[in-house]
Design a protein around this ligand. Structure first.
Ligand SMILES: [Zn+2]
Length: 256
């Protein structure tokens, strides 16, 4: 009878990771400063990360100057309610946070995604508790080829592993190539994205009446996650929440 001694069995991925660490010591993904122990952001870059903390708008997750009360929304969300139920982000998209996201886009970031996933979990715990399914924002094929990695899917995979909420990568797909969103007005962005996403015909049963948690790396104007949300709701999803690693934070000015 074959007998495997659990103590001597080598965990191959872990062994290879420590071998790589031995050859290439782990460096801070932002400043490339060498860090001791497991790979991560160095202490000085960590201090410069701009975490989003309450008070925030219950709907959009944007930081507010004053506490809006339980489930209170900010002015922007009251004027123009988003199609999703709630959105949360761990970091403000600026400085070190923005550098991290860029690093995620253009390098092998499965390790980086695993390192950053707990920050997203912490910022959005109730959203994970309510979710039936995690769905990443899809990336168009030509862009995927250029960047090599789909950072939203990597982040979604890490979040699924951490939260235990199942992930489905192929629910949403890019329907057509869209023009670059940069420099477009909100209305132009929205029409640029109209029809940009669709739910795969064979995936509709998986989202019918379900609570979907949509994952993207960054929320800028929100046009992309809003377009994905509308597509999911139209295809029968019960409710959609959104989590991103970072979001652009613009001061919400209140009329006096
Ligand atoms: Zn650093």
């Amino acid at each position: 009878m074959a007998f495997v001694d659990e103590k001597t069995k080598i965990n191959l991925p872990q062994f290879l990771a420590s071998l790589v660490d031995f050859i290439i010591p782990p460096a801070c993904p932002v400043c490339r400063e060498l860090v001791s122990g497991h790979a991560g952001v160095c202490a000085s870059c960590w201090r410069d990360l701009d975490f989003i903390t309450p008070p925030i708008c219950y709907r959009t997750g944007v930081p507010l100057a004053e506490d809006p009360g339980p489930e209170g929304a900010g002015l922007a969300a009251m004027i123009r309610p988003p199609p999703y139920h709630r959105a949360r982000a761990a970091l403000a998209y600026s400085g070190v946070g923005a550098q991290l996201i860029r690093r995620m886009k253009y390098s092998d970031q499965s390790e980086l995604a695993a390192m950053l996933a707990p920050l997203v979990m912490r910022a959005a715990t109730p959203l994970f508790a309510a979710a039936d399914l995690i769905v990443p924002v899809p990336m168009h094929r030509w862009r995927l080829a250029r960047c090599r990695f789909n950072q939203s899917a990597e982040l979604a995979r890490a979040l699924s592993r951490l939260s235990g909420v199942p992930m489905q990568v192929h629910i949403l797909e890019s329907h057509r190539a869209t023009a670059q969103q940069v420099g477009l007005t909100r209305a132009a962005r929205r029409s640029n994205l109209r029809g940009a996403f669709r739910v795969r015909a064979d995936a509709k049963a998986q989202i019918a009446g379900r609570h979907v948690l949509l994952v993207d790396d960054v929320l800028t104007t929100g046009a992309t996650v809003e377009a994905c949300t509308r597509t999911l709701l139209r295809a029968g999803a019960g409710e959609v929440d959104v989590v991103t690693l970072a979001r652009v934070v613009m001061p919400e000015t209140l009329p006096v």
